[in-house]
Design a protein around this ligand. Sequence first.
Ligand SMILES: Nc1ncnc2c1ncn2[C@@H]1O[C@H](COP(=O)(O)OP(=O)(O)OP(=O)(O)O)[C@@H](O)[C@H]1O
Ligand SMILES: [Mg+2]
Length: 273
Amino acid sequence: MSVLLEARDIRVSFRKENQTRLFGRERQQVLRGIDLTLKEGECLGIIGESGSGKSTLGRVLSGLLKPEQGTIEICGHSLYGRHTREETHFLQHVLSVVFQDYTSSANPRFRVSSIIGESLRALERATGKSLDRKRRVAELLEQVGLPANFATRYPHELSGGQLQRVCIARALAVEPRIILLDEAISSLDASTQVQVMDLLDALRKELSLSYLFITHDLTSITYICDRVVFMNMGEIVERVDDMTQISAIHSPYARRLLQAVMGIGAEHGSTAA
Ligand SMILES: Nc1ncnc2c1ncn2[C@@H]1O[C@H](COP(=O)(O)OP(=O)(O)OP(=O)(O)O)[C@@H](O)[C@H]1O
Ligand SMILES: [Mg+2]
């Protein structure tokens, strides 16, 4: 399997809030040297507690936040380097993102056709080709398991699961190779989560996609991911390359997360504390 994305030594800090001095220089290190790779066709889980830096890493990997240090290469192109026009266009649509908050990420005043159409227009700009947008919207809706006539609906006329499917269709519209999902299923109820994960799994095979799957929920990681990294306070503290071995993780932090959902680790006594 070839490497699609490679991040090396990613470091990000933010100015600390609530500083007594107006121009205080204290900084909070949010990412402290992250290394990871995503291979073609795989789903890499990124798990960690709230505040561990997952979304910040997601923003860095999707080109939204330039890190203070480190490099990211996608298909051999440096994400924050100097680009030719072609590289810029390629990097704009090679990776797309689906966020947790589907209600605010879909404009309530736009119909589904316009929400997805916006991404199709972006693809047209990037490739210089024109698309039959109406037909593509219908195809994309079908791909995410929704009827084509949903194109005329507004977001408030859809359930949470249906709206998240629309957001997935919008992410697919740019024909990406990688989709970054940041807590994309976390707001859905358990059975809808399973349905959306099954959809993601089917799309992965059908469209040769790879996923970066960010979550704080280990249950979903074990359901959909091939590999997982555990993040704690801006560092990767454990990597699992074979999900059948997940119960053999070492770090106390990862064991604590695992124990919380599966009751695994208690038998290892104090190491799991
Ligand atoms: N733009 C910003 N300015 C200042 N601090 C920030 C900024 N973005 C994130 N942080 C801080 O960085 C830390 C990591 O935040 P991040 O959103 O990456 O965590 P997370 O792992 O995604 O958490 P959650 O599971 O709650 O989504 C937090 O302490 C947060 O307050
Ligand atoms: Mg987050």
